[in-house]
Design a protein around this ligand. Structure first.
Ligand SMILES: [Fe+2]
Length: 254
């Protein structure tokens, strides 16, 4: 499996506080069957200051350690970019490799609020798309407004955003509301990617398999595996993703 959303780099954001914790997380990922992951530290949210060179250096360091430990896992650079007005000036994205996933100047992981849907969201998606980028919206099922009215997500998909749901939402680790919302989106074929959004070895580990098992029961093995292998691989390589078959199996489970 490929995990495109992880806070795996030590001492850069609210991910692991030590190198040892980061390695422990990598061991958990390997045991879970994850072969590749993109490190996506928070960028531009006002809490953490980190630039491209630091991300690149930390990724190199982690890959060296993984090799020394004999762990079959490769980490790629990326970022979780805070969604704000600055993104309306996409020149910033053209000049900073790390802001896109694997520096491919294609996919941008946009940090999505847990409570608000910023009014400029649709405009940012549209503008990014028109400049050749593809926005990926992470953990949208954890947003309280989306939980109340999940059909909002259909509009973002129509505009060309890729929807990433967090594994622990599917399993119910974050409670009932995100679980129901994530399941509704899975049933309605609105989820292209399941990722871990891992932050720590214990509370938020890089584990995808439990969510995949549930997804297989809900949407079948072929569709479920696309969310952790085919689509993440295309995102990693900067290839265009096939548009999901929109709303083909609408079930009102909420
Ligand atoms: Fe994240």
């Amino acid at each position: 499996m490929i995990d495109i959303h992880t806070h795996i780099l030590p001492m850069v954001d609210d991910g692991p506080a030590t190198v040892e914790d980061a390695i422990e997380m990598c061991k958990i990922a390997v045991n879970d069957g994850i072969k590749k992951m993109i490190a996506t530290p928070h960028v531009g949210n006002g809490l953490y200051t980190i630039d491209a060179s630091v991300i690149q250096e930390k990724v190199r360091m982690m890959n060296r350690l993984l090799s020394q430990e004999g762990l079959d896992l490769v980490i790629f650079p990326g970022a979780e970019v805070h969604m704000n007005d600055q993104l309306l000036n996409t020149e910033i994205l053209k000049t900073s490799d790390f802001l896109t996933l694997n520096g491919n100047k294609k996919y941008v992981l946009l940090e999505f609020s847990f409570h608000l849907i910023p009014p400029e969201t649709e405009r940012i998606i549209f503008l990014l798309k028109s400049r050749g980028f593809i926005p990926v919206l992470p953990h949208i099922e954890r947003n309280s407004r989306v939980q109340k009215n999940p059909t909002i997500v259909e509009r973002f998909v129509e505009l060309g955003a890729i929807i990433q749901v967090t594994a622990q939402s599917i399993t119910g680790d974050f409670g009932r509301a995100p679980k129901k919302c994530a399941h509704w989106m899975l049933y309605n074929n609105l989820v292209q990617v399941i990722a871990s959004d891992a932050h720590s070895p214990a509370g938020r580990p890089p584990i995808l398999s439990r969510a995949v098992k549930i997804a297989i029961d809900m949407i079948g093995e072929e569709s479920a595996m696309k969310t952790v292998w085919d689509y993440p691989k295309m995102i990693l390589e900067g290839m265009p993703l096939e548009q999901c078959k929109k709303f083909w199996k609408k079930k009102e489970v909420i």
